[in-house]
Design a protein around this ligand. Structure first.
Ligand SMILES: [Zn+2]
Length: 436
């Protein structure tokens, strides 16, 4: 057992639960900030902890190309390399590779692709994608799948879905045979992540010695040492060593925009057997209503007692809507990417901070937001930073947007625990028609 999932409360289809991974105990439904190249752009790890990020994403394709899997493995995996004590999820590299539409060739074996950095030729298949993700050492890793393009005809969607099923079985087989090779397997998941430990134990992350990091974990309410877990009843219990020492592998449901194929894909993936299930292949250009329809119908075919991860969505309104449908985990580049373009999510709607109307606006970005940016800076100052192309503009904008997403999910969890439906109200104010 490397993953435990319990549901504490449900309201309608929404579930409030707890996901216990080797590095962190995660309250669900959860939003996961994206740290493509072992960095959530513009925000350091200490700040991510302060913002309440419980789990972040890394992208296998990017990390495989740079700095390379072996480099990360030698630093104790991603946790050691980027000094992040909480949970990490990596994708399989499939989605990024498939987005290189001109640079790839797909066969039953896997995908040959060219690096977007230097044009060099590489190959990812189920086995090599697992090998890479084991080397990166995230708590949760993903089966290698084919993200079916949109639009696609029925024959193409079926062929792609069936290949994803075969790749899922190969992914699981390789993972089961090699999961003990995760970089932190020998020293345990609570190994300290940071330069001090690395210098005392070259090649392998050593045991925790930094009071600063432990304090940060304590303040977050997360499990401080990895030695005890809070169970559903609130009691603490010792965790067998093996429970903390391996990653876990999620399966991915594909099937394009066809409900019957999605059902079949879910059944095939469940038959292989995974501790959690993702819905992939959405947000690929289809209308938003269709995304929601496919999510809702696919969720009906996933086991109620396993975590459900919807990949790559969405706006604040959408993530609230999906949580209310029973999704437990979500990720999206939108809050961080939009922030770098000066587009901010607020309780009053979207704000494009670059607009001249904010040049002399002394009010906070979002009067109801408690983040450090809204508490301290005016719209006029944020607008000035953006107009001046200051690096600080990207940093502050990203802090606010991530806060907004993470706080929104916190409210969703709170509402479910109270037996209420959380409805996202974006107000009637600013720039609601802005397209991101
Ligand atoms: Zn804020």
């Amino acid at each position: 057992m490397s993953l435990e999932f319990s549901i504490h409360k449900t309201y309608g289809k929404a579930r409030a639960g707890c996901l216990v991974t080797p590095h962190a105990e995660i309250a669900t439904p959860v939003f996961m900030p994206v740290g493509t190249v072992a960095s959530v752009k513009g925000v350091g790890q200490d700040l991510l902890e302060e913002l309440g990020a419980q789990i972040i994403l890394g992208n296998t394709y990017h990390l495989y190309l740079r700095p390379g899997i072996e480099t990360v493995r030698k630093m104790g995996g991603l946790h050691g390399f980027m000094s992040w004590r909480r949970a990490i999820l990596t994708d399989s590299g499939g989605f990024q590779v498939f987005s290189l539409s001109e640079l790839r060739k797909v066969t039953e074996d896997g995908v040959r692709f060219r690096s977007h950095l230097d044009g060099s030729s590489h190959f990812f298949g189920p086995e090599s994608a697992m090998e890479a993700q084991i080397g990166l050492g995230a708590d949760i890793i993903m089966a290698f799948d084919e993200c079916t393009e949109y639009p696609a005809d029925q024959a193409r969607m079926r062929k792609s879905m069936e290949m994803t099923g075969r790749w899922a079985a190969r992914s699981k087989k390789y993972f089961e045979e090699h999961k003990h090779e995760v970089p932190w397997a020998r020293v345990g998941a609570d190994a300290f992540v940071g330069p001090a430990a690395r210098s005392s134990a070259p090649g392998v992350a050593g045991r925790g010695t930094s009071s600063q990091s432990v304090d940060a974990a304590d303040n977050s309410g997360l499990r401080p040492s990895g030695r005890t877990l809070r169970l559903r009843s609130g009691q603490a219990a010792s965790v067998p060593a093996h429970a903390r020492r391996t990653q876990c592998l999620f399966g991915i449901v594909q099937g394009g925009m066809d409900r019957a194929l999605r059902k079949e894909s879910a059944e095939r993936t469940i038959e292989i057997g995974f501790p959690g299930y993702a819905i992939g292949g959405l947000s690929v250009g289809e209308p938003r209503d269709l995304t929601r329809e496919i999510v809702e119908s696919t969720l009906e075919h996933l086991p109620a007692d396993k975590p459900r991860y919807l990949m790559g969505v969405g706006t604040p309104e959408e993530i609230v809507g999906y949580a209310n449908l029973g999704v437990d985990m979500m990720d999206c580049v939108l809050p961080t990417r939009a922030a770098r373009h000066g587009l901010l999510f607020t309780s009053e709607g979207k704000v494009s901070i670059k607009q001249a109307r904010y040049a002399q606006d002394s009010g906070p970005l979002d009067p109801t937001c408690g983040c450090q940016v809204c508490r301290r800076y005016s719209r006029a100052y944020l607008r000035h930073l953006y107009a001046s192309n200051e690096v600080l503009a990207q940093v502050l904008n990203t802090i606010h947007n991530l806060s907004f997403y993470l706080d929104t999910m916190q409210r969703v969890r709170h509402s479910i625990s109270l037996g209420e439906e959380y409805r996202f109200l974006s107000g009637a104010g600013h720039d609601r028609n802005l397209e991101l």
